[in-house]
Design a protein around this ligand. Structure first.
Ligand code: KG4
Ligand code: ZN
Length: 358
């Protein structure tokens, strides 16, 4: 039976609601970004995010239902991101979802935001040419402003998804944002650096950037050293202009992309996986897409990149993951609580070092 689910996402700085079927069909997908609100601060301010979610969410939910041509009574359940994310921001979505589920007498289902990202490749948006989605198992690189990790995905269930390696420090998107900030390029930095990098030549940049973790076995990554090297270069020589700025962006981007591509494909090979799926906002990066596709092709690995709307934070992926959970009878109670950390088991510890227990 096909289930139709209303999804709600407020874990960070996007207020989003969507209606999606368990076969992946997206009936509506409404996303309101707070990026302009946080831009003056150069990053997301948790309290500001939570307040704005509270103001915006009721209208966003209404629009998602309207665009799907459905009333709340018509959906089979309400899915909500309950982890990981900013506690106050998550609470707004969670309490709203509880109210809607209780009021309409519908099942409530909690979704781990990372599971949503890992399944976003299965969304089918209207007007898109139908590309066959990957079959399980596959390797997935989830790369955003908050997360950077490689997973083995054996099935659509959380307990069949396994982290193979993650960043020990900054997320890749965070590194893009910090480098853009110190180059005076504004926030969020990824798209601007990407644009400039396209006109630059990495090898012409007057700086040699480190390749952290490249020589190590294992799939952990590190991006803060690359960012610090750019910072030291700027401290010593000032912010470059014109072509030199583009060259520096190209050098930074290629250092980050090399690490992402190298570790992801090494992980896929070690696991015997011939499919790689990208997800998260940094998957929009043209350098990453091009290099991943090129290197993977040489190794007989197929790369799947979702459309941009499925890469960046959205509620469609939450509704979809929720619809599958609901289909398995995994509804939550009204006592569902938010959590700042993912429920996916992690093998990488921030700052490095082995975990005390598995
Ligand atoms: O997934 P997302 O929308 O939000 C979360 O972080 O959860 O990702 C946003 C991040 C930001 O750090 C932004 O700078 C980065 O994705 N980003 C990019 C590009 N577009 C967005 N990074 C590199 N190249 C891009 N084209
Ligand atoms: Zn995200």
């Amino acid at each position: 039976m096909t289930l139709t689910v209303l999804g709600i996402e407020t874990s960070c700085d996007e207020t989003a609601a969507a209606v999606v079927r368990s076969n992946g069909d997206v009936l509506s997908d409404v996303v309101r970004s707070q990026v302009e609100l946080h831009a003056p601060f150069g990053g997301v301010v948790p309290e500001v995010a939570a307040r704005d979610h509270a103001l915006a969410l009721p209208g966003i939910v209404r629009r998602a239902l309207e665009q799907a041509g459905l009333a709340l009574a018509d959906v089979d359940g309400v899915a909500v991101t309950h982890r990981p994310g900013l506690a106050g921001a998550l609470l707004v979505g969670l309490l709203t979802a509880k109210g809607l589920a209780w009021g309409a007498n519908k099942p409530l289902v909690g979704v781990d935001h990372l599971v949503g990202h890992l399944l976003a490749i299965f969304l089918r948006r209207p007007g898109e040419s139908l590309v066959a989605p990957p079959t399980f198992p596959f390797a997935a690189l989830l790369v955003s402003g908050g997360h950077t990790a490689i997973y083995r995905v054996d099935d659509a269930r959380l307990d069949r998804m396994q982290e193979l390696g993650a960043t020990r420090d900054d997320a890749a998107g965070e590194a893009f944002d910090k480098v853009a900030k110190l180059l005076g390029l504004g926030y969020p930095g990824g798209p601007v650096v990407d644009r400039l990098a396209a006109t630059g030549v990495a090898t012409r940049a007057a700086v040699a950037l480190p390749r952290p973790m490249a020589g190590r076995s294992g799939f952990e990554m590190s991006f803060s050293g690359i960012k610090s090297a750019v910072a030291r270069h700027v401290e010593a020589h000032g912010v470059p202009e014109g072509q030199a700025l583009a060259d520096l962006c190209a050098a930074f981007q290629s250092a980050v992309v090399d690490a992402l591509v190298g570790k992801t494909l090494a992980a896929a090979r070690a696991e015997g996986l011939s499919r790689v799926v990208l997800g998260g906002g940094v998957a929009a990066n043209r350098g990453l897409r091009a290099r991943m596709t090129e290197v993977a092709a040489g190794r007989g690995v197929e790369v799947f990149v979702p459309p941009l709307a499925s890469c960046t934070d959205n509620a469609a992926m939450i509704a979809y993951a929720g619809a599958l959970s609901l289909g398995r009878g995994e509804a939550a109670g009204l006592d569902l609580t938010p959590a700042t950390k993912t429920a996916l088991a992690r093998v990488t510890r921030k700052g490095g070092g082995k975990r005390a227990s598995p």
